[in-house]
Design a protein around this ligand. Structure first.
Ligand SMILES: NC(=O)c1ccc[n+]([C@@H]2O[C@H](COP(=O)([O-])OP(=O)(O)OC[C@H]3O[C@@H](n4cnc5c(N)ncnc54)[C@H](O)[C@@H]3O)[C@@H](O)[C@H]2O)c1
Length: 425
């Protein structure tokens, strides 16, 4: 009856890997996206961003992404919505991409289709979608149209593996929708867990927010340890070692579109200061903490400063909601002689919309040449070797290394410590 098994609407960082994994599982898949550059990349057989494991599949050009939903949406048995769900500048969920998609899909929805919402959404959004569909189409969910919320829980960079290894939550308000969603994802996931809309929405938010809070605690402990002149890495290692009731995370920059915004999807419904808000504050304070604590040891003003890593996490090319631009702004406020940013996962210049002008992306060796202070802002592979070399060439340079990339078990240290050389510290 339908030409395609699945149509992915929004073939970005979540939608594209999902589309390709469904193709790999034997499904006939198509896609729709409003981003012309992304469509051109995919339709020419290349990944528009870094997500390993899909090189052969994308090159096979089995997936064609269309600009308009008109052609493919009526011909698809399942429509999976994977558009962005950012926050407004206020603590308020921005529903506009979901609303736009509904407006665009509405006229092309056909009887019997299964609609799956997979973007991370604020509680109650799937019920909103249900009401929207029942008002704006002639169909009734559970009777002649199916609807389910099936959250994406993979991490960037490991989607190919995790789409096949993580349990899939399928939330629906009627058995037909729940079963249809379960049947679809059983092609990928080893385990299907069926529930209702609100539970599925909250599972996703609780998963992300609890991670966000764990990192906030780790960052708070790093600050406390430093104030007591203690070693956070040793403290953490001893606290966790063979002790089943403790699982302290590593300190680090906690950003990215998912972790940073999802707490807001719950927080918009409460007027009171709470734990989530405190976690947000702690994680947001981390760049300021690094600058302040390093300045207790050396000066940034009139110094040459390098920042290694600009993406929000290790070995990705995603800068959305990274805390590194904020770190750079705090460094700039100290009027350094020079600020050099280096990230080998990004192009030159670095496309940073909030910077006054595009940022030059330095080769790492040039960035560290004659440098006074280094902030290791992302724990990309390869940085340890660069720090080792710096230790030999410029042992007096100060390093702020929240990720413990140099494995010195210190956040703030002089580069000479890397080479085992004597330092002034
Ligand atoms: N990136 C992750 O690791 C991750 C993990 C889990 C959940 N999520 C959630 O998944 C959702 C999508 O995130 P993402 O990282 O893939 O975002 P993204 O920006 O990479 O992808 C969204 C895509 O939707 C497209 N789009 C927007 N409006 C459209 C429209 N009207 N019609 C067709 N296409 C449209 C955009 O052009 C974009 O390519 C968000 O809710 C996010 O919170 C993301």
């Amino acid at each position: 009856m339908f030409e395609y098994d699945v149509c992915i609407v929004g073939t970005g960082r979540v939608g594209l890997p999902l589309a390709l994994s469904f193709i790999e599982s034997g499904s006939k898949v198509t896609g729709v996206d409003i981003d012309e550059n992304l469509r051109n990349a995919v339709n020419n057989g290349t990944m528009p961003f870094h997500e390993p494991g899909y090189e052969t599949l994308i090159a096979s050009k089995q997936l064609v992404v269309h600009e308009s939903p008109n052609e493919v949406v009526p011909k698809s048995a399942v429509l999976v919505i994977t558009v962005g769900t950012p926050l407004h500048n206020h603590i308020e969920t921005d529903l506009s991409q979901i609303q736009n998609v509904l407006e665009e899909l509405g006229p092309h929805i056909r009887e019997g289709q299964l609609i799956i919402l997979r973007s991370t959404v604020a509680p109650g959004t799937t019920s909103y979608v249900k009401k929207w569909l029942e008002r704006n189409t002639s169909f009734k969910v559970g009777e002649n149209l199916l609807l389910s919320f099936c959250p994406e829980r993979t991490a960037e960079g490991v989607a190919h593996k995790e789409l096949r290894s993580l349990p899939q939550i399928c939330g629906a308000e009627d058995t037909a929708s729940r079963d249809a969603a379960g049947e679809l994802f059983a092609k990928l996931a080893p385990e299907i867990m069926k529930t209702n809309f609100i539970t599925a929405e909250l599972v996703k938010l609780f998963n992300n927010i609890s991670r966000y809070i764990n990192f906030a605690v780790a960052n708070q402990f790093a600050l406390i340890a430093d104030n007591f002149d203690a070693n956070i890495y040793e403290t953490r290692r001893l606290a966790n070692h063979n002790y089943p009731r403790c699982n302290l995370a590593m300190p680090g920059f906690t950003g990215g579109t998912c972790l940073r915004k999802d707490f807001g999807m719950l927080n918009e419904w409460s007027p009171y200061p709470d734990m989530l808000l405190s976690a947000w504050k702690m994680n947001e304070f981390t760049p300021a903490m690094l600058v302040e604590q390093l300045m207790k040891r050396t000066k940034i003003h009139d110094s040459k400063v390098a920042v290694l890593g600009f993406t929000f996490k290790q070995d990705t090319d995603d800068i959305r909601d990274s805390l590194v631009p904020k770190l750079c702004r705090y460094i700039q406020r100290q009027l350094p002689l020079e600020l050099r940013v280096s990230d080998h996962h990004l192009p030159d210049p670095i496309p940073e919309p909030s910077a006054p002008k595009p940022l030059k992306n330095w080769e790492i060796a040039d960035a560290l040449d004659g440098i006074d202070c280094v902030f290791v802002a992302t724990n990309h592979k390869g940085y340890k070797d660069a720090l080792l070399e710096l230790g030999q060439k410029r042992p007096e340079a100060w390093i702020a290394d929240i990720w413990n990339v140099g494995e010195t078990d210190q956040i703030y240290y002089q580069a000479g410590r890397m080479a085992g050389a004597k330092t002034a510290a």
